[in-house]
Design a protein around this ligand. Sequence first.
Ligand code: FES
Ligand code: MG
Length: 583
Amino acid sequence: MADGASDAEDPTQGMTRGLPNYGDSGFSLFLRKAFIKGAGYTDDALDRTVVGIVNTGSGFNPCHGNMPQLIEAVKRGVMLAGGLPVDFPTISLHESFSNPTSMYLRNLMSMDTEEMIKALPLDAVVLIGGCDKTVPAQLMGAASAGIPAIQLVTGSMLTGGHRGERVGACTDCRAFWGKYRGDEIDDQEISEVNSSLVGSVGTCSVMGTASTMAGIAEAMGIALPGSATPPAVTADRMRVAEQTGTRAVGIARERLTVDKILTESSFENALRVLLALGGSTNGIVHLAAVAGRLGFDLDLATFDQLSRETPVLVNLKPAGSHYMEDLHRAGGIPMLLDRLRDLVDLDALTITGRTLGEELADRDTSFTQEVVRPREDPIYPAGSIAVLRGNLAPSGAIVKQAAATPELLEHTGRAVVFENSADMAERIDDENLDVRADDVLVLKNIGPLGAPGMPEAGYIPIPKKLARQGVTDMVRISDGRMSGTARGTIVLHVSPESAVGGPLAYVRDGDTVRLSVADRVLSLEVPDDELATRREQQPVTPPETPARGYRKLFVDQVTQAEDGADFRFLQAEQKRASVPRAR
Ligand code: FES
Ligand code: MG
């Protein structure tokens, strides 16, 4: 029983939890203590509530470059509350250092997280993540492990400066690269900007996937109120880390397990916030995966209803113009939630033990700021993401309408088809490619199974010869994902994917494709019998199952986008309900 525990009913077990089986539990504890005492611990230290801290620091992960300072601050918080903090490593994933794609490794990280949480003697765990796939992987793992857990994000990077202009990763990375491809800027300038885009350690400074998942984690109540937005290198970030450590001891003693926080209400709140943030399309896939771990099925049709009534209020790139540090100064996620009071469930329980409504009541949101817009003056009148259906996407597809070119949201055009990423790389810049600005670029085989790993290759570049003519956007369609930092009229997550024989597999050059976001339609204007003939003549053969290793597991087990591209055997055995709930 730890000093400082509030009562005699402290249910924490500390070092006695989950002993390895040597057939004699007394001996097992004796051995465990002998070993950890080798690190210099006293019996007093070991007789306390144990809070594990997941250390995802890595020299290959600059988004987590403040990990040592964060761990120190979390430990301080744990000790202030009378607990014993112990950090341990898991896999760390960075977007640019994860071949073939970080998404391929997300489920592996979730398994690592789940199994280490279950293996170690932890009364509660602080999950420190930040870069795109890490927070989803940690939430998936913790949801499956079922112990008290609290999320802490590493925080956003600072913006940099380029020739008098503020820049940040990675909406500006893409914009500058687009200019370079279009010969608008030269070698020297692109090299200069390369040194300025990432101003410090921390996660991407726009509303990409990392910022989206940070906002979602806070909105779901699994992270402390106000904890999503402090930049990585600030005192605010360190204070949040200390407070997270302190609260971790509380959730251990109260046995406030993940399933008590991540409920239907919290998923609905998360989806609302995803929409109002102008958040990353990847957020949907990740939320579907986390929900699936708890037995909830993400219902895309109901999500689309939420989208129709949830305006984009947060003015951050790529849908708007600001950066995460600006959102922080403007009051962060609590300011947004305050604007969405009538659209979120204020009775949802948060990790503080209080409801979302109680937490918001303590916040002053009356000051003037320019980043979180009032409801009557949104960045975009509807949600950032729309769900499409049609004969090209029977199980759904999505488009980030808030980051698209408005005129292209209703568009019918001729398909220019690429069979896979390699085919696209080979031909996209070919001067002889038969492509016009009003065509529709179609890329197959970048879905969960096809690539495999559903890479962010859905952001198909504008063919060089068109880019040079000043074309900056075209309708682009694929079964892959795109970075949350990207803009354009880009239809993603087409399901079923082409590699499993979805209709996308049968699109041919010259076919007519219709996109109508108003009607929520993605269709191939090819008669059914013609499609059936194509299917017969050229049936899709699923990719060969690799002989061994993680790749074999992945190919055997991965689900489609609407199920989160999680592994089948990791999803909850029992389906409980759909989220959002039917309305
Ligand atoms: Fe890590 Fe963008 S690369 S958050
Ligand atoms: Mg990203």
